[in-house]
Design a protein around this ligand. Structure first.
Ligand code: SF4
Ligand code: SF4
Length: 318
């Protein structure tokens, strides 16, 4: 019976993954709408006010979006003495009501990683390494929050010290996520390096802008290579947006559930766990609904590939 179901399922057109790729592709251009302006010689400046508050980890330095993401703005506000209640509230509501669907269906950095992953790599880290590294992104975020909370306190208590800290942090004071933002690398640093190299007639001399930036460049090249080998490497282990929204998406209204009457378990099947790009231990999650500790991006690969149609949507906070 299960073989018949498997064969039938495998013949289905992968409607979900085709739809997701189309939405990711369109989102990439809408978010980076300056590319569309360039291609069609059009003026989409009307989008400026909206692009600036998209819940996307986007650099204020990007010439392609002319805006920055909610998280970037939140850190910027803290650095300049304000508490970003509204932005954090929006992030919280997004996570609580839509989980991490943004990561799976919209985020251009996620889309780029899916493209790199499309080169064929589908490796998995060991369970222990995966669990440990998933905590790394939260660690980066906590360190940044600690640092910027100090800056906020200095703003209120000692303006001179506040100014000294801002000066010693340099550009990072106003763009806190710069060193750990793959978006910054893909959409700002890399295009800048390429255009500088072209302007220099192909010479690589001085195009990285100093030792620190050269190290960052090498690290990101390694992350891209890792993303081609391990699906969604950056999302799983480094992304500060993921580290923030997972706190809320862990309790998301929108999630998935697994039907106990249909799923024969890991020994007889286990397809879902083998294909999950976020390496979620789906079969150890509760039947009543799961978010994989807030890591599930609702890409729906597991739902599409499940040979027994055992994975369904679940709406509800419990
Ligand atoms: S939920 Fe996973 S293990 Fe269960 S039937 Fe579906 S793919 Fe197989
Ligand atoms: S659990 Fe399913 S929907 Fe969530 S990330 Fe894994 S494959 Fe995608």
């Amino acid at each position: 019976m299960s073989e018949v179901t498997t064969a039938t399922k495998n013949k289905k057109i992968p409607v979900i993954s085709i739809s997701r790729k189309i939405i990711q592709f369109l989102s990439f251009f809408v978010i980076n709408y300056a590319i569309l302006e360039w291609i069609f010689n059009a003026d989409f400046s009307i989008l400026d006010n909206y692009a600036r508050v998209l819940p996307f980890l986007h650099s204020a330095n990007s010439a392609w979006t002319q805006g920055a993401g909610l998280l970037e703005y939140s850190f910027y506000m803290i650095a300049t003495g304000r508490i970003p209640y509204l932005f954090v509230g929006i992030l919280g509501l997004l996570g609580l009501f839509s989980g991490r669907i943004f990561c799976g269906w919209v985020c251009p950095t996620g889309f780029m990683q899916d493209l790199f992953g499309g080169l064929g790599g589908d490796s998995r880290l060991s369970l222990e390494a995966d669990q440990f590294l998933k905590k790394v992104k939260s660690f980066f975020l906590i360190v940044l929050l600690f640092l910027f909370t100090l800056i906020l306190i200095f703003f209120k208590t000692d303006p001179d010290l506040h100014q000294q800290w801002l000066e010693s942090l340099g550009s990072m004071a106003y763009n806190a996520l710069e060193p750990i933002s793959m978006s910054e690398f893909l959409f700002v640093t890399l295009p800048n390096i390429i255009t500088t190299a072209v302007d220099n007639g192909g010479s690589l001399t001085g195009i990285f802008g100093g030792t620190f930036k050269t190290i960052i460049f090498v690290i990101y090249v390694l992350i891209i290579i890792a993303s081609a080998v391990y699906p969604r490497f950056y999302c799983k282990y480094m992304c500060p947006y993921a580290a923030t929204i997972k706190v809320f998406s862990n309790y998301s209204f929108l999630k998935l559930q697994r039907m106990p009457t249909r799923c024969p378990g890991r020994k007889e099947c286990g397809v879902c766990e083998q294909i999950c790009p976020m390496q979620i231990r789906i079969l150890e999650e509760p039947f009543s609904g799961f978010t994989g500790d807030g890591e599930c991006t609702l890409c729906l690969d597991c739902m599409q590939q499940c040979p027994h149609d055992a994975i369904k949507w679940k709406f509800g906070f419990n």
